[in-house]
Design a protein around this ligand. Structure first.
Ligand code: HEM
Ligand SMILES: CC(C)=CCC/C(C)=C/CC/C(C)=C/COP(=O)(O)OP(=O)(O)O
Length: 301
């Protein structure tokens, strides 16, 4: 007698799917802020150790992204933006994603500890745990403040980079941490405004879904004030020079202008949310430019 088994819907995972698990585009900025934190430090790090540290940040951030997708495959399946990811699309099974995420997390932290230093390894471990446990598991499905608190996870890399070079932390990387922390709400809520229906469909309590557009627009405006002050603080406190100050002033001015537009407008039924999309796009470019300016100021000025 021949026993026939139904073909598994799970096909062997392709390398591209493992890459997709690491959310490479988001991670590029995470890694860039880590690199800039390292290059802004007053200590010249050995290039091989420096490269290893950046690799560990990339692997750790990628591992965190994989664990995030392992945990929320059910939510990803309900949103147009995320339904084609490897798990909801059925191209990979959850167990594989879990093993990949746990293995890569452990590898990145251990390598950082052995090859770089324990402070950098400890902060890397905290950021992975924060993103996976505090943001993904605990807060994301429970409160619209999820990204305010959970956003801290993405703010650690400048501290990790600085710690890799110096073995400690200092006022400048702490300000850079605060900048990313305060930048996250305008960054994300701009997107959440034009992705509101996706989040509503998945039942995720993001601010525009729970509190509505007007409150979200006001909150974007409110967070931008301390964000702008923090962006100017390295220059105002003499931790960075004129080059940084000029770049920060102009780019933060553009950011604030876009925020004023978003915060003060109301939307009609056919609105294409162009200003919100512009703010979201600028938020990403802004962080690349401003972190680049911290380094350029140290090296060129
Ligand atoms: C809890 C905090 C955050 C949330 C909820 C959030 C959410 C999102 C979402 C939903 C996207 C949409 C595009 C996609 O699916 O790839 C996105 C894009 C992006 N985010 Fe964030 N983000 C957060 C923090 C950060 C941080 C800390 C960084 C880096 C420092 C960052 C960098 C980016 C970049 C570079 C993109 C563009 C990716 C692309 O081009 O596809 N985000 N973010
Ligand atoms: C150094 C290190 C370990 C950093 C990890 C922390 C990290 C990557 C923070 C960025 C936050 C992020 C990608 C949020 C995406 O939100 P979401 O997960 O709600 O997005 P989704 O809806 O696209 O899944």
């Amino acid at each position: 007698m021949t026993v026939t088994t139904a073909p598994s819907p799970i096909v062997p995972a392709h390398a591209r799917d493992f890459l997709a698990l690491t959310k490479p585009r988001v991670m590029s900025l995470v890694v860039f802020t880590g690199l800039c934190g390292m290059l802004a430090a007053p200590v010249r790090i050995d290039p091989v150790i420096g490269f290893t540290a950046i690799l560990c940040i990339a692997l750790g951030a990628g591992a965190a992204g994989a664990l995030n997708q392992w945990y929320e495959a059910d939510l990803d399946a309900k949103m147009r933006r995320t339904e084609r990811r490897p798990l909801p699309a059925g191209r990979m099974d959850r167990e594989t994603a879990l093993q990949f995420g746990v293995g890569l997390s452990a590898f990145s932290v251990i390598l950082m500890g052995l090859a770089v230093n324990l402070v950098a390894a400890a902060i890397l471990a905290v950021s992975i745990l924060f993103y996976v446990l505090v943001y993904t598991v605990w807060l994301k499905r429970r409160t619209p403040q999820n990204i305010v608190i959970g956003g801290a996870a993405g703010a650690f890399p400048p501290l990790i980079g600085w710690a890799a070079a110096t073995g400690g932390v200092a006022p400048l990387p702490l300000l850079l941490f605060a900048l990313v922390f305060l930048w996250t709400p305008p960054h994300f809520w701009a997107l959440a405004l034009f992705m509101r229906s996706d989040y509503g469909a998945a039942g995720i309590p993001m601010l525009p879904v729970v509190a509505g557009e007007r409150v979200t627009r006001r909150q974007i405006g409110l967070y931008t004030i301390p964000m702008a002050l923090t962006a100017l603080a390295p220059w105002a406190l003499g931790l960075s020079g004129m080059l940084y100050g000029a770049v920060a002033l102009v780019t933060t001015g553009v950011f604030a202008g876009l925020v004023v537009h978003v915060a003060t407008r109301t939307t009609g039924p056919d609105d294409r949310m162009v200003p919100e999309k512009r703010l979201f796009a600028w938020s990403i470019l802004y962080l690349f430019i401003i972190f680049g300016a911290v380094v350029a100021d140290k090296w060129l000025a």
